[in-house]
Ligand binder design. Structure first.
Ligand code: UDP
Length: 246
């Protein structure tokens, strides 16, 4: 049997992945489906960290555009991510996956504070660690939180679970023959301003050589397939350029 490419991975879940059809911010059935995809991967022996977003509930930037003070709005956004983290924890524990939530903003009666060494112990004990509240500071997003935790926890890859199956050269919902990349370099993502993750998150992954795998987590079985190198995704990584030394 060939060794799996990655052992420890960080899964970034955008808040919208938990949303239901009728605008329900956290749809229990959809959250349960996402949890079952995660459980399947966990059962295959991967070590799993999760960072959850909050965009299904509150986004600081959008609220600031409507007159909120930006930092306050961002703190509200971070609190939204804690709600999502608890929803994912609840869905995972209902199907027997042991988890811990750690928040970058301490809230002792709700979850653990972020403590890297303790998170490490949880992973060793086979628990899934869900990181909430991004980096814990306004003017950031959970993409940056995901890149930061992936680097701190020495994850082999950052998997970005979305509702599209990779990165395209144009919006596939608008442009019919938009082309999906199998692999693409960090620098191309940054220079072409492709909306994959924040530039700061992409740069942090590039500087720490952490591949970013963009895939559709809403498609049944896809997370496990992509991990085993079969499913459809786009991998952002350092690409060898011929004549790079010239
Ligand atoms: N946020 C923040 N600092 C962080 C992470 C998140 O201020 O480190 C706030 C920010 O307002 C953001 C909101 O929390 O809009 C929700 O996170 P995000 O937009 O990243 O969620 P996603 O798009 O992944 O659902």
């Amino acid at each position: 049997m060939t060794e799996p490419r990655y052992k420890r991975i960080l899964l970034k879940l955008s808040g919208e992945v938990l949303m239901g059809e009728g605008g329900l911010a956290i749809d229990p059935a959809i959250t349960a489906r996402v949890a079952s995809e995660i459980a399947e991967v966990k059962a295959r022996g991967y070590e799993l960290c999760i960072v959850v977003g909050g965009g299904n509930i509150f986004r600081g930037l959008a609220a600031a555009a409507k007159g909120f003070e930006r930092a306050t709005a961002d703190y509200m956004g971070m609190l939204a991510t804690v709600m999502n983290a608890l929803a994912v924890q609840n869905a995972l524990e209902q199907i027997g996956v042991d988890t811990r939530v750690q928040s970058a903003i301490p809230m002792a009666s709700v979850c653990e504070p972020f403590i890297r060494r303790r998170a490490e112990r949880h992973l060793e004990k086979g628990r899934v660690v869900i990181f909430a509240a991004g980096v814990g500071s306004p003017f950031f997003t959970t993409d940056s939180g995901a890149a930061l935790r992936a680097a701190e926890m020495k994850c082999d890859a950052l998997f970005k679970g979305t509702s599209v199956d990779g990165i395209y050269d144009a919006d596939p919902k608008v442009v019919k023959d938009a082309k999906r990349y199998d692999t693409i370099s960090y620098d191309t993502v940054l220079s072409a301003n492709l909306k994959v993750m924040d530039a700061s998150a992409v740069a942090l992954c590039r500087d720490n050589n952490i591949p970013i795998v963009v895939f559709n987590i809403r498609e049944h079985g896809n997370f496990a397939s992509v991990l085993s190198g079969e499913g459809v995704s786009t991998i952002v990584q350092t690409l060898e350029t011929p004549n790079a030394s010239l």
